[in-house]
Ligand binder design. Structure first.
Ligand SMILES: Nc1ncnc2c1ncn2[C@@H]1O[C@H](COP(=O)(O)OP(=O)(O)OP(=O)(O)O)[C@@H](O)[C@H]1O
Length: 328
């Protein structure tokens, strides 16, 4: 009995809880984003066990590290062994100026996964992020002073590039997946950059998570609950902002903005700016609120830098313009 429980892939519980009503017709076949690391290996094996013949693996070759060819070799060997189709997609993940290399790699990875999975007729792509990744994401957000969108951490599903992505392992600790996997005759790779403590995420993993486990043994579950509360509250804020934008107008009329309470004024301005592809810093939003409040005479000028553009006053309304973005 114990042996059969121990031999059960823990990732199965994750996919079963995320897809309770998955029918074998419309939602299959599924792709698995397979890095060759422990988590996506456990996920790939569980998915293939649950839906035999309906699963394909997708590996993105970033060409960023010398170890990338080793990842490909391990992915090929595992997929051959378990009899799964594997698609290897080369991407150019060089980062633009002002973008971090990790963000560039992630953006390129999701775009390539969406394109390749669509081309192969996949109905969704599964990702291997787990409960520890979720806590790390929240702590990273806190370390940067994030608001509710950041504290909401990673959603269990989302659309990108016309493809739906799922994260079935968000409730499963990394150690549980790894403990099972090391007892299987299956190879996996440990990304050497995961232990490089120059990266904040790796410092969080190596130093904070063990301390949290000692102080609050239930931290994965309670942090996940907080992330869900934050996501729910954020969804309400977006709804309220959309309603308020309909009232103040788009672009927003200054007098109508002044009629709103300060928190709603901040909320609707952030929402409006995000629609213009401009993410204001906390200081920029503060300045803008100050200017809107002070704008009580005809001659009052507003000219504020926000993101890579400017918010100005144009008659009775605000205006956002970004010459650099228009030229891109
Ligand atoms: N090169 C890649 N090719 C395909 N999918 C990837 C790749 N890198 C990451 N992913 C997907 O994104 C998820 C999260 O990436 P992350 O970098 O946190 O994981 P990892 O440590 O590289 O690998 P794993 O999660 O498999 O241990 C992975 O679980 C996997 O599903």
């Amino acid at each position: 009995m114990v042996a059969s429980v121990a031999s059960l892939n823990p990732a199965l519980a994750g996919i079963d809880s995320l897809f309770p009503a998955f029918s074998s017709s419309s939602s299959l076949p599924l792709g698995v984003a397979y890095s060759g690391g422990a988590d996506s290996t456990a996920l790939l094996l569980a998915t293939a066990e649950r839906w035999p013949g309906q699963v394909q693996a997708f590996h993105i070759h970033h060409g960023l590290q010398a170890a990338a060819d080793d990842f490909v070799r391990v992915c090929e060997s595992v997929c051959t062994m378990v009899g799964l189709p594997l698609h290897i997609v080369q991407v150019d993940a060089r980062h633009a100026s002002g973008e971090s290399p990790e963000d560039a790699a992630r953006r390129a990875r999701y775009a390539a996964l969406a394109t390749a999975a669509t081309a192969r007729g996949m109905q969704g792509v599964l990702l291997g992020q787990h409960a520890d990744d979720q806590v790390e994401t929240m702590l990273l957000a806190l370390s940067r002073g994030a608001g509710l969108p950041g504290l909401s951490a990673m959603p269990a599903s989302f659309w990108r590039g016309g493809m739906v992505f799922y994260r079935p392992l968000l409730q499963i600790p990394s150690a549980v997946l790894r403990e099972w996997l090391v007892r299987q005759p299956i190879e996996f790779v440990d990304d050497p950059t995961n232990t490089d403590e120059r990266y904040t995420r790796n410092r969080i993993r190596a130093r904070l998570l063990p301390a949290l486990a000692q102080a609050f043994p239930q931290f994965r579950a309670t942090f996940a609950r907080s992330a869900r509360h934050a996501a729910q509250a954020q969804a309400v804020l977006v709804e309220v902002a959309a309603q308020d934008l309909a009232v103040v107008g788009n672009p927003p009329a200054i007098k109508a903005l002044q009629a709103l309470s300060l928190p709603r004024r901040a909320n609707v301005l952030r929402h409006w700016l995000l629609q213009q592809q401009a993410t204001p810093s906390a200081a920029q939003l503060e300045q803008l609120l100050h200017q809107v409040a002070a704008c009580t005479t005809r001659g009052h000028r507003i000219h504020l830098k926000v993101a890579s553009g400017h918010v100005t006053r144009l008659g009775a309304s605000l205006c956002y313009s970004d010459a650099a973005a228009r030229a891109r």
